[in-house]
Design a protein around this ligand. Structure first.
Ligand code: CDP
Ligand code: MG
Length: 731
């Protein structure tokens, strides 16, 4: 007897959204949008998507298999439709179980949630919501929750069986982000445990002489289990381990990918079925440059201008793929300048940036149609590669690069601009052919394309694992060395993470999580920052520590227009601390707060308003979390700011370098020559020791966000590692 999916709360499509806070009678006025009417308006669009014809097959498979892999071209409707199909088919129970849909990026989670709420016909945060780090737009009644993969990992810490979810949809799995990979392993474990508990629940409910379905082989191959008189006792054991598990059901997992590498996901989940959804792709003509480009930013700017002036604006908008926020802001400036002096008769040009850290209101501009005779040039990171569908694009400019987080235990974290893979190049090109035939301009030669790797290396194989190993430990994974990774990180990287956590005192010498480690795992931050905040309690500078940690969460606080470099530098000088960037940033925040900084203030001081607002958000969230953990977040060290710098060493003793007789700096943990970044307030200065927030390798190893340190602080922060610095001071 195959088990049926519970059909409570199922809702046909045409009744969507009349629950929740939507107006019951369908009347709308200027303040209450008519959610139902909007959903109905969008319905034909939904039904025209390629995935719509596969709706029944998808539901059928997910009903009958614990895990299903869905592969489909970008834009076929996977992300927006599959969660709704599940909702409509009764996979959730209002107020009890929900569906989680994970995204690698915050922007995707929020913008997709917004779109799906519109399609369902419900206010955002009601039946459909999202939760991302530092922002929650959901309620206990939310049945479809879009979240980042990192957020779901954090939920596992609080709810190891993810009881509130009946289905977890892992979207953009092909991106193989670190957190997606960890989630894959955790979900597999949770599925196993939930299946065991669900089986016990079922057997407890069934009369003893009726045959029982064996969940281990479900769907078309239902087996009838042998009798097992031990079951009720086993149910009690499950209760003891997990609390009340009455009624807890299996966890379904849907893995979604935009590329064809689905077999590996299927194999990992015990031969899970793979569903291929046909896409709708128009032909795209690809162009290469004749020679390699020395400056891809310049090339991107020129290419966009050329397309704009040589093709009619009715031939569609332009999407430019760049490496990161800095690139985007540079090209945006170039384009704004050029747009101001377009020849007569050429329509206006509107640059629209989109990247992960961009505030939501500005992200939204990307999706809005350009006003009048204006053409949009969307400047994006690889966020627009598969996770977001931006309408109206017919021209793609591909810089051929992206930013890659890397890690080498000797030199630390790096964020490098590197060539993309062939698979990425194809995805980028594909964006031009979503609605009609399009054009893709690759800013590299055909020979260079041929040299690109087929796929990118999964993040887990090349990045720092400290935070995830701490999370694994906090989630009860005793031995992260033997965790069931889909792609195993190197032993060296895992060992490094364990040693780092040991040095941070998050693990004891038997490798067990300490009280401090558990405390640190509460923070959605790299453990080093959590350690700094922890140290600030005893030092009496929690307010400053939180401020600085929040300030370090953005790439850049200052805005440096190419033509006003001197004025911008002069404005920055007003905040400059001779101790370095950490206190310079703090001075800036204090001045901003004191002046009730508004748009004009930011402009006058060349402060990046977008980013400082983000800092305030992060600070607020950290304050809340610290208050919940019983900290006094108002404890301030006033003007004795050396106190807070010393606290930073508690978390950043591994990011230190000493001045050498030849005037260079050498890192303490890897003996590498480290250069202070030109944007730092310590650039060109000599001080016996420095600590830094991160190392970035470009043409050489640059330390970013740098402050002066007393070697004694380093010795005191990590006596076992650097105690010798204290004795060398004596001589
Ligand atoms: O996930 P997948 O790439 O397969 O597609 P999707 O994100 O579900 O998008 C399906 C369609 O929904 C897109 O082609 C757009 O037409 C539409 N969409 C939209 O108009 N606005 C959004 N914010 C998201 C999707
Ligand atoms: Mg998608």
């Amino acid at each position: 007897m195959a088990r049926k999916i519970q059909l409570a709360d199922s809702q046909p499509l045409d009744e969507a959204g009349v629950q929740d806070k939507a107006p019951k009678n369908g009347n709308s006025n200027s303040t209450t949008p008519d959610y139902r009417a909007q959903a109905q308006r969008l319905r034909p669009q939904r039904e025209a998507l390629p995935i719509f014809t596969a709706r029944d097959a998808i539901i059928d498979h997910i009903s009958n298999h614990p895990t299903v892999v869905v592969v489909g071209e970008t834009g076929s409707g996977k992300t927006t439709q599959i969660p709704q199909y599940l909702l409509e088919s009764g996979f959730t129970t209002r107020g009890q179980t929900a569906i989680a849909v994970t995204q690698p990026r915050r922007v995707a989670a929020t913008s997709i949630a917004k779109r799906v709420a519109e399609e369902v016909g419900t206010p955002l945060g009601g039946r459909v919501g999202y939760t991302i780090r530092f922002e929650d737009c959901s309620s206990p009644l939310t049945q479809l929750r879009f979240c980042t993969d990192g957020l779901l990992l954090r939920e596992i810490l609080a709810d190891p069986l993810l009881r509130r979810y009946s289905v977890v949809v892992l979207d953009e799995a092909h991106e193989r982000t670190l957190r997606t990979d960890i989630l894959l392993g955790m979900l597999k474990d949770i599925q196993r445990e939930r299946a065991r508990v669900a089986e016990l629940n079922r057997s407890a409910q069934q009369p003893p002489d009726e045959p029982r379905a064996d969940h281990r082989s479900r769907g078309t191959h239902v087996k009838f289990g042998e009798e097992d008189a031990e079951q009720p006792a086993a149910a009690a054991v499950a209760d003891a381990v997990h609390g009340d598990v009455t009624g807890l059901d299996d966890l379904r997992v849907v893995v979604m990918s935009a590329t064809l590498d689905a077999e590996r996901f299927s194999a990992y989940f015990g031969s899970a079925p793979i569903l291929y959804v046909a896409g709708r792709q128009f032909p795209v003509t690809t162009y290469y440059t004749a020679a390699p480009q020395a400056d891809y930013l310049d090339a991107a700017h020129l290419a966009a201008l050329q397309i704009h002036t040589e093709t009619p604006s009715t031939s569609g908008d332009i999407l430019v793929f760049l490496a990161g926020q800095e690139d985007i802001e540079n090209v945006e400036r170039l384009l704004v300048d050029s747009a101001a002096s377009l020849p007569a008769g050429v329509p206006a040009l509107l640059p629209c940036p989109i990247f992960a850290a961009l505030p939501q209101a500005q992200q939204a501009r990307v999706f809005d149609p350009a006003p009048g005779f204006t053409r949009k040039v969307i400047l994006a990171t690889n966020i627009a590669e598969t996770s977001l569908t931006i309408p109206g694009i017919r021209h793609v400019i591909d810089s051929g690069v992206h930013k890659v987080r890397g890690f080498d235990p000797r030199v630390g974290e790096s964020l490098l601009v590197e060539p993309i893979s062939k698979s990425s190049a194809r995805q980028r090109t594909g964006r031009a052919g979503r609605e009609a035939a399009g054009h893709s301009y690759r800013l590299y030669t055909e020979a260079d394309y041929a040299q690109l790797p087929e796929d990118s290396v999964p993040e887990i194989k090349r990045c720092q694992l400290t935070m995830v190993v701490l999370q694994l430990k906090a989630a009860g994974v005793r031995d992260p060395m033997h965790f069931d990774f889909m792609d195993r990180p190197s032993r060296k990287a895992l060992r490094h993470a364990l040693l780092e956590l040991y040095a941070l005192e998050a693990l004891d010498d038997r490798g067990e999580l300490t009280g401090l480690g558990r405390w640190m795992s509460e923070f959605p931050l790299e453990p080093s920052y959590a350690k700094v905040i922890h140290a600030s309690a005893a030092a009496g500078c929690t307010r400053e520590a939180i401020d600085i940690v929040a300030l370090l969460s953005v790439d850049s606080l200052f805005y440096v227009p190419a033509d006003k470099r001197d004025e911008s530098n002069a404005a920055q000088m007003a905040f400059r601390s001779s101790d370095g960037d950490h206190l310079t940033f703090l001075n800036l925040l204090r001045a901003f707060t004191k002046a009730h900084g508004d748009k004009d203030w930011c402009q006058e001081h060349f402060v990046n308003r977008r980013n400082i607002k983000h800092v305030l958000d992060v600070r607020q969230q950290l304050n809340r979390l610290c208050v919940r953990l019983g900290m006094n977040v108002e404890r301030s060290c006033g003007s004795d700011l050396a106190v807070v710098l010393r606290c930073f060493l508690a978390g950043f003793f591994h990011n230190c370098a000493l001045l050498q007789p030849d005037g260079s700096y050498r890192s303490l943990n890897g003996s590498q020559t480290v250069h202070i970044h030109p944007a730092s307030s310590l650039f060109g200065k000599k001080t016996p020791a420095i600590f830094y927030d991160q190392l970035v390798f470009t043409n050489k190893l640059h330390a970013r966000a740098v402050s002066a340190a007393d070697p004694l602080w380093i010795a005191n922060a990590a006596p076992k590692l650097y105690g010798r610095l204290a004795s060398s001071q004596v001589h």
